[in-house]
Design a binder for this molecule. Structure first.
Ligand code: FES
Ligand SMILES: [Fe+2]
Length: 411
């Protein structure tokens, strides 16, 4: 065992011990008090637009896994909060991100999805301008007829990005303040310990879900396991039991598996610590890495859609080793299908019903002491977005005044 393995084992052992003690005491990690959250945080469209702008367009987001772009020329394109993004691994091995919009007249240079750059260039499907793996404009169809232009100024707009801990992190505003190490800080060793860049992509799909906060709230607690997931993840996990740690805005949640109580009274030297707990790493605001068990892992990235009542989740299943035997394939498939069912048919099914009834929840919601992770998330949303309803009212009043002045001129 290497010293890193030792550290990981110690930490799994320490976490197992911690969750077991909580379980034996009939307890769970708790916040100081219950917290009330106003309905406004879920339904106010101006607040939502402001928060999406501050949180999804200005912070570093993990938009792709490194294993999605293993080779030079591999790319991944997707829309995030209305911005078309293209990530590509350049000839120097570095992954970079660009706005996926041709500098001629805005066509996306590739369709959303994953692929490999053909013939070393992206050829815009509208009028055949061509870009290389560094986003540089390298050819224009009928260049002499287009007229005098400085080609070097017409590359794809680059977005701030960095590759860390098995993910490509991107901010959607060109030129915005971007310091990935300051952003991840002490959460980075936690992510690094998962070694996700060494895992393999088993499958990836998109799942439509309810609005951003309704959907994401469900990723942050295990209080609902028994009620919502009796036949899937709840079969293996003890409900309402978690050890919780925060790393700035990011969080780690540890659940106990139903086998955990077997450890009571046994010497720690006889524990197989990996087996009795389940770790969730949650990077603010929309990345969850969960279910690392038996060489399988579920990565979820949740994105708001233009309609605030809906989101899109990119659900990726990773395997520690690609399955080679029928038994290994079956095990990966069972894990993958269980993840899909638990999220699409269980979490998002209740989430859609909550979303549909939001208008009636006038008193807002309660995050119990046993949901410290939800309290933490919502507090960080508020801290980062700094929503000020008064400022918004003033802006609206100014817009109304200028509209009225506009009408005056027209008349
Ligand atoms: S929009 Fe891309 S070449 Fe015209
Ligand atoms: Fe759930």
């Amino acid at each position: 065992m290497t010293s890193t393995d030792d550290a990981a084992h110690d930490s799994m052992l320490a976490l197992t011990r911690r969750v077991l003690r909580l379980h034996e005491a009939g307890s769970t990690d708790m916040a100081a008090a219950p917290m009330r959250q106003s309905l406004d945080a879920y339904v106010n469209p101006e607040r939502w637009a402001h928060e999406v702008d501050k949180i999804f367009r200005e912070l570093p987001l993990a938009l792709a896994l490194s294993v999605e772009l293993p080779n030079v020329g591999d790319y991944r394109a997707l829309h995030v909060a209305g911005v078309p993004v293209l990530m590509v691994r350049g000839g120097d091995g570095q992954a970079r991100a660009y706005v996926n919009a041709c500098r001629h007249r805005g066509a996306p240079v590739v369709e959303d999805g994953r692929g490999h750059q053909d013939k070393g260039r992206f050829l815009c499907p509208y009028h055949a301008w061509a870009y290389d793996d560094r986003g540089a404009l390298v050819a224009m169809f009928g260049e002499r007829t287009v007229g005098e232009l400085e080609r070097q100024d017409l590359g794809l707009l680059e977005l701030p990005s960095a590759e860390r801990s098995g993910f490509i992190w991107v901010a959607l505003k060109p030129g915005c303040d971007f310091d990935i190490d300051a952003w991840l800080r002490d959460f980075r060793p936690r992510l690094d310990s998962l070694r996700l860049a060494d895992w393999h992509l088993y499958c990836q799909r998109e799942v439509e879900g309810p609005g951003w906060k309704v959907a994401w709230d469900g990723y942050l607690e295990g209080y609902h396991q028994q009620m919502v997931h009796p036949q899937t993840v709840g079969k293996n996990t003890i409900a309402n039991l978690m050890a919780w740690d925060a790393y700035g805005p990011h969080q780690r949640i540890v659940f106990g598996r139903k086998s955990l109580p077997q450890l009571s009274g046994k010497p720690e030297s006889a524990w197989d610590a990996q087996v009795h707990i389940r770790l969730i790493h949650s990077a603010f605001p929309n990345l969850s890495i969960s279910g690392i068990v038996g060489g399988h892992c579920l990565v979820s990235q949740l994105y708001p859609l233009p309609d605030m009542a809906h989101t899109l989740t990119v659900q990726t299943v990773l395997v520690e080793a690609l399955p080679r035997t029928a038994t290994e394939r079956d095990a990966a498939e069972v894990f993958s299908q269980m993840a899909l069912q638990a999220v699409r048919d269980e979490d998002y099914a209740i989430g859609r019903r909550i979303q549909a009834g939001l208008g009636a929840a006038k008193e807002g919601f309660i995050f119990g002491r046993n949901e410290p992770s939800l309290q933490h998330y919502h507090q960080w949303v508020e801290r980062i977005a700094q929503w000020e309803p008064q400022a918004a009212d003033e802006k609206q009043a100014a817009r109304n005044r200028s509209r009225q002045r506009g009408h005056g001129h027209a008349a």
